[in-house]
Ligand binder design. Structure first.
Ligand SMILES: Nc1ncnc2c1ncn2[C@@H]1O[C@H](COP(=O)(O)OP(=O)(O)OP(=O)(O)O)[C@@H](O)[C@H]1O
Ligand SMILES: [Mg+2]
Length: 328
């Protein structure tokens, strides 16, 4: 059997404990998540969900920054921790929220990329290294002359994020993991940067895991989308279909929040059912035995509090919600 080309997340769980007031609570920041993201053909998969829903925890497991407690992650059919680290990083590259995290502030940007090319053994002689750097910068709308001799702080956030993406491209990765890559940039710049991901997918065959709170950019660039709720992936499928007609009540809530002009209003409705601190709500929802949305769901049924739903399938979509039980 041919292994899937790409990332395959298999029944992954990550457990943390947190001290809240006087007690220590254990909860699954990511709970039994399974997901395949293909690199052949490439795709842009967006992971969306409220703050604290486990998006970064999942991304950090893919990047091997943290280890799952249960389950495993494969790349092209091979367990990611069986890869030699340099080999692994040639295939998967992170793009950080703060572009300054991708650079050494004390080093000229071009020299830093030059060293990256050398350290990864991509090329040896000066001319070919410079050629690769220039090529990669051109893929993000820049060129070598524009960055030569300049330090990271001499660039705007948007320019530096482009340079960070160019730096990731020097290893010719299959896959980018971009965790909130535009949330620190001006709203006016965001779409041009996320658009780059779309171009890179089309021209360079790159797959991207794009993590965001911003459903509008997710709608614009993604092929598929996964909606995270307290460690669970609750709705997965085609991005335009899901955002055009959300079926899980939590996805519907996220869409409503997007359209709500007054952000304070959604905040209140978000924590309506609990008068406690935000953090307590978060952890107590993680610990619900049934569906993690049961306390907030307008459609809640008795069974939702008793059992965490399995997936039901509607066309190409997977939904973890008892409302769709008949589609088993
Ligand atoms: N090292 C850790 N120790 C304990 N708890 C953690 C740790 N890292 C994350 N958490 C908790 O796990 C939960 C999920 O966190 P995570 O950072 O994955 O969420 P997120 O969806 O990325 O949120 P955001 O949108 O705010 O970035 C949160 O409750 C967070 O506080
Ligand atoms: Mg995060």
């Amino acid at each position: 059997m041919n292994a899937m080309e790409g990332i395959s997340i298999k029944n992954v769980t990550k457990t943390y404990s947190q001290r809240i007031l006087f007690s220590k609570k254990t909860f699954n920041a990511v709970e039994n998540v399974s997901l395949d993201i293909t690199t052949d053909p490439p795709e842009i998969f967006s992971l969306v969900g409220e703050s604290g829903s486990g998006k970064s925890t999942l991304a950090n497991m893919i990047l091997q920054l943290i280890k799952p407690d249960i389950g495993e992650i494969l790349l092209n059919g091979k367990k990611i921790n069986d890869f030699e680290m340099l080999e692994f990083m040639k295939k998967i590259q992170p793009i950080f929220q703060d572009p300054f995290d991708s650079f050494d502030p004390m080093k000229k940007t071009d020299l830093f990329i030059y060293e990256t090319v050398k350290n990864f053994n991509i090329a040896r002689n000066k001319d070919s290294i410079n050629y690769i750097i220039d090529q990669c910068l051109q893929k993000v709308g820049l060129n070598y002359q524009m960055i030569k001799g300049r330090y990271p702080h001499e660039f705007s956030g948007g320019q530096l994020q482009r340079i960070a993406i160019a730096r990731a491209l020097v290893v010719k990765p299959l896959f980018l993991v971009a965790d909130e890559p535009v949330s620190m940039l001006d709203a006016s710049l965001r779409i041009s940067i996320v658009n780059l991901f779309k171009q890179l997918k089309e021209k360079e065959n790159l797959s991207v895991l794009y993590i965001t709170h911003d459903l509008s950019t997710a709608y614009y660039i993604s092929d598929r989308i996964g909606v995270m709720l307290r460690g669970n992936l609750v709705e997965i499928g085609n991005a335009k279909e899901i955002l055009g007609e959300p079926l899980h009540p939590y996805t519907q809530f996220l869409m409503k929040a997007l359209l709500e002009p007054d952000p304070d209003k959604t905040k209140i409705s978000l924590f309506d059912n609990e008068k406690n601190e935000e953090k307590m709500t978060e952890v107590s929802e993680y610990q619900l035995k049934g569906c993690k949305y049961a306390n907030r769901c307008p459609n809640v049924k008795k069974i939702c509090r008793e059992k965490n739903p399995e997936y039901y399938y509607i066309k190409n979509r997977k939904i973890k919600c008892f409302l769709y039980e008949e589609f088993k």
